[in-house]
Design a protein around this ligand. Sequence first.
Ligand code: SF4
Length: 70
Amino acid sequence: MLTGIHVVLTYQCTGECDHCFLHCGPQREGTFTLLQLRELLHESKKIPTVDTVYFEGGEPFLFYAVLLEG
Ligand code: SF4
């Protein structure tokens, strides 16, 4: 049963750890736009078992305005 949505808001990160399974780092690109995020959250609401949305990265706080809106 799907109960949570994990949003990788960005691959960009202040760190560049060897163990990072997403290979995040300062040079990485690929960030959710506000429009994409709205669509994702809208679709998530259609799944009745989902009760939690997680915002992750990378470092999601690098895109604080989008994170806050989400
Ligand atoms: S997301 Fe976490 S593990 Fe990956 S580079 Fe950033 S701090 Fe390191």
